[in-house]
Design a protein around this ligand. Structure first.
Ligand SMILES: CC(C)(COP(=O)(O)OP(=O)(O)OC[C@H]1O[C@@H](n2cnc3c(N)ncnc32)[C@H](O)[C@@H]1OP(=O)(O)O)[C@@H](O)C(=O)NCCC(=O)NCCS
Length: 165
């Protein structure tokens, strides 16, 4: 499968389109359509993704028509945020999610960050099970106000990543 580091407008548009498709199907039953629309606009519109890449040190990777991954290294804090990991419904259960986590671990080690961390909605049971299978452990609960009258009700999870070499 072809992996692309996302840099250009067309790739960003492809990520935004995949995000809309995957999020609408996956999150509407969990958080409702109004919050999904709000979060897509705030975090996964083409403009938001372009800003995250240009200004927030975020690395996006696209597997065309299959899924995408976003990572935010923070060397000062010795950690890397696994910010987004999404596989299209038709492609789940084929090992792509595992390959994405392994890629994130490799990148984390390469950049000298000691651990990977992420946030996951507390009602997103399948994904929590996936992360536990991949070696992440729940670290704490966090309720985050994201404006618009919405909150994110998450588990923070993390996994130690040994240095490369
Ligand atoms: C979570 C997600 C990225 C996993 O990707 P995937 O391609 O289906 O996962 P894989 O096929 O690589 O599975 C990897 C391992 O996790 C296990 N696993 C995957 N989904 C699981 C689930 N729902 N429950 C329990 N185990 C699961 C697999 O059995 C597999 O184990 P193995 O490799 O030891 O046999 C994907 O299901 C997804 O995009 N879900 C919806 C969006 C989402 O919630 N993303 C996370 C946001 S925080």
């Amino acid at each position: 499968m072809k992996w692309e580091r996302v840099t250009g407008r067309e790739q960003i548009a492809a990520v935004a389109a995949l995000a809309r498709e995957i999020w609408m199907r996956h999150y509407v039953p969990i958080i409702g359509a109004a919050q999904v629309e709000y979060m897509l606009e705030k975090f996964q519109s083409a403009e938001a993704i372009a800003r995250q890449i240009a200004e927030e040190g975020c690395e996006y990777y696209l597997v065309p028509d299959a899924g995408y991954l976003a990572l935010v290294p923070d060397r000062a804090e010795n950690r890397m945020l696994l910010s987004k990991i999404y596989v299209r419904e038709e492609m789940r259960g084929t090992g792509l999610g595992r390959a994405m986590v392994e890629f994130a671990e490799k990148r984390c080690a390469e950049l000298g960050c000691g651990r990977l961390w992420l946030t996951v909605n507390r009602n997103n049971a399948g994904s929590i099970a996936f992360y536990e299978r991949m070696g992440f452990r729940k670290a704490r609960m966090a309720v985050t106000d994201i404006g618009g009258g919405f909150v994110m009700d998450d588990w923070w999870m993390e996994k130690a990543v040994p240095a490369a070499g």
